[in-house]
Design a binder for this molecule. Structure first.
Ligand code: GAL
Length: 356
């Protein structure tokens, strides 16, 4: 009898799951979502696009996915074309967050809801929701990582540090800088941290379009000009791409395992994760793009079915025209001590990928 009951329950569960999947598939049937992504030059955006496409297609949506390759005008045209082809919803990760106002107004005019993905869309009232990570939190976590790794609160040593911050046209970049400096500014003020170039302001450290080449160039210049007699101890960078650039500059300047600095990053890209394992990068910020895509997909569903998505921030993301209701995922620091648990355990990468 017990067996029969379990069998019936198992069958009922299967039917329920099937109904759920079948039902879910219908949600998007006949509707198209246009996704405008910034660039394929960085691995994370390729994953973001692929994750979102797969999740939307699983719900029956058609997906138009395009990359602007860091060309602002190209992204504008791509979005214009999506509007012309009458997509039902737009998801945009902007190249220049303030350069899309005209095309966003066109979308609004055409009754197409717009969702901001990872980067806030600035100066527009056409954006409905925003899915991202807690961007100030990213900076704080990087700062706290440096603080703890160097025991800044207790040490009697001084450490040299240089900063490589994000793109000035990306709202995320200033927020990250703000979070980072809330932790590190006191140590710059009391002399525990020494920035020999003196470049500590956001204006002096922001890198347009998050360019890896610029980060490398700057790091080479800094090492040549300021660090001939004293090693650079910390590269506080806001992006894995910058960490790769610093790595090349440091190798070029003859740094070895003996004097290799602490290098931070963001995104936990596959290459960064491998560099963490080999010791060429110290940490990164694990931003699970599967989760971000999932949150964004629930927003797409909500706007197209007239329901309410999950929102956990209604005050922070003011785009100069409106405060955009947001869902912020939590950033986590990943390093040599927890990468197995986080990245492999969490199914983000396989052990083979990290070994290869
Ligand atoms: C930011 C994003 C970061 C990083 C950077 C460069 O907007 O928050 O995680 O990916 O772009 O692509």
């Amino acid at each position: 009898m017990k067996k029969l009951i379990s069998l019936v329950m198992a069958l009922a569960l299967m039917v329920a799951v099937f109904a759920c999947v079948a039902g879910a598939e219908q949600v998007g049937a006949g509707k198209t979502v246009g996704i405008a992504m910034p660039t394929q030059s960085s691995e994370r955006w390729i994953n973001d696009g692929a994750n979102m496409k797969a999740q939307l297609e699983a719900l029956g949506y058609e997906v138009l996915l395009q990359y602007g390759e860091d060309d602002v005008q190209a992204q504008v045209s791509q979005i214009e074309n999506m509007i012309a082809s009458e997509v039902d919803c737009l998801v945009i990760a902007a190249i220049d967050s303030g350069a899309l106002t005209a095309v966003e107004a066109q979308a609004k005019e055409a009754g197409i809801p717009v969702i901001a993905y990872d980067r806030l869309l600035m100066d527009t009232d056409a954006v409905t929701y925003y899915a991202s990570f807690d961007n100030e939190g990213v900076g704080r976590v990087i700062g706290e990582y440096i603080e703890q790794a160097k025991d800044l609160a207790n040490t009697t040593e001084t450490y040299t540090i240089e900063f490589f911050m994000g793109s000035p046209d990306d709202n995320n970049a200033l927020l990250l800088y703000t979070g980072l400096m809330k932790v590190l500014q006191p140590y710059l003020d009391n002399g525990t941290l020494v920035c020999k170039t003196g470049r500590t302001s956001f204006e002096d450290t922001c890198i347009l379009r998050w360019s890896q080449e610029t980060a490398q160039q700057w790091c080479e210049n800094y090492l040549a000009a300021e660090y001939a007699d004293e090693d650079l101890d910390i590269c506080a960078t806001a992006f894995d791409g910058f960490a790769y650039g610093c790595r090349s500059a440091l190798e070029g300047a003859g740094y070895t395992e003996e004097n290799w600095p602490l290098i931070t990053g963001q995104d936990a890209e596959l290459m960064a994760s491998k560099n963490i394992i080999s010791g060429k990068q110290t940490m990164s910020i694990y931003k699970d793009t599967r989760l971000l895509a999932e949150k964004c997909v629930t927003m797409v569903n909500a706007v197209l079915t007239g329901s309410e998505p999950e929102i956990n921030d209604t005050t922070t993301y003011d785009n100069h025209v409106m405060v955009v209701p947001s869902y912020l995922c939590t950033p986590v620091a990943v390093d040599i001590n927890n990468y197995e648990e986080l990245l492999i355990g969490g199914g983000y990468y396989t052990a083979e990928q990290l070994a290869g």
